[in-house]
Ligand binder design. Structure first.
Ligand code: PD2
Ligand code: ZN
Length: 293
């Protein structure tokens, strides 16, 4: 059977892409709608290339793969956990780590045993004396502010400030294929009962006036690893409202997610659900596009 690419389909592809949908997601939707994958891929690439030419971009000469088209749309290369061949365990260099769940859109991978119990305890003990009410980077000015959506206490470790921190940073860098130098210092957060971090994006909003100042240091955030250092008895999961996913806070486990552009189309909206019983400790590692000095 030969499938014909109609003007309506072309229009639909352009609309999806303009709304921030990644080429991969558009392709998936086309296949779900009954398009043969090979036909869908060619239609998608041709349509987007033609569209870019019309927009005056005119730089795409040879056939471009989907990721190149994503670059044309202003997206970045991002940290990634390679799961080709569906491995059960990954080599973190000094420790094997389990793959628990992986989601393609948004890109989310839940890792089991990223940290040992001793490492979790070591991070909590080192963080405790340095905790203060969490601040959030203020995109309006580029400074920091108290954020009512974030009722945790926190602190930042300097990158590589201790042997423990160095070891964890090296393990994460290896697993997500992203240089240690592009990472912000690990942040530890403590949530008491009732504390939460309302759904938000970790990237900096390009429309805010303070964002250009923030981006001078290392560019955009492109990936996050949230590591669970203990287990609240109830509540405190990490939620991804766009896909109805909640990751349970299990000690030593972690959730990795990436976002290749600062756009809600990445579906990387996420939050820390309120702690209902007990307390919650997490450590967050954010990764930037470039070296973060
Ligand atoms: O503590 C969490 O579960 C959480 C949720 C959302 C942490 C962050 N975001 C973060 O540190 O960015
Ligand atoms: Zn976050």
């Amino acid at each position: 059977m030969t499938q014909t690419v109609t003007p309506e389909l072309r229009q639909w592809i352009i609309e999806q892409s303009s709304a921030g949908c990644m080429p991969e997601a558009v392709l998936e939707a086309m296949v779900k709608a009954g398009w043969q994958p090979e036909v869908a891929e060619v239609a998608l690439e041709q349509t987007l290339r033609d569209h870019l030419k019309q927009l005056g971009a005119g730089r795409v000469a040879a056939p471009a793969p989907a990721h190149a088209l994503a670059q044309e749309h202003g997206t970045a290369r991002v940290p990634e956990i390679v799961l080709s061949g569906s491995p059960r365990r990954l080599d973190g260099g000094d420790r094997m780590v389990d793959v628990i769940v992986s989601v393609s859109q948004p890109r989310v991978v839940v890792l089991g045993g990223l940290l040992s119990d001793e490492e979790c305890e070591g991070l909590i003990a080192a963080a405790k004396p340095r905790l203060a009410r969490s601040l959030t980077v203020q995109t309006a000015t580029g400074g920091e502010e108290l954020n009512p959506d974030r009722t945790s206490n926190g602190m930042f470790f300097g990158r590589g400030e201790s042997e423990l921190i160095k070891r964890i940073e090296a393990r994460i860098a290896r697993l997500v294929g992203w240089p240690v130098e592009n990472g912000e210092g690990i942040q530890v957060l403590n949530y008491q009962v009732g504390a939460e971090y309302k759904p938000h994006y970790d990237y900096f909003d390009p429309n805010e006036p303070g964002t250009p100042t923030i981006l001078k240091r290392g560019g955009q955030r492109v990936g996050t690893v949230v590591m669970y250092l203990n287990e609240p008895a109830r509540g405190g999961g990490t939620t991804f409202p766009d896909i109805g996913l909640e990751v349970a806070p299990v000690r030593g486990n972690a959730v990795f997610f990436s976002y290749n552009r600062p756009h809600p189309g990445t579906m990387s909206l996420h939050g820390g659900a309120p702690v209902l019983e007990g307390e919650k400790w997490v450590a967050t590692k954010w990764m930037r596009e470039r070296v973060f000095e």
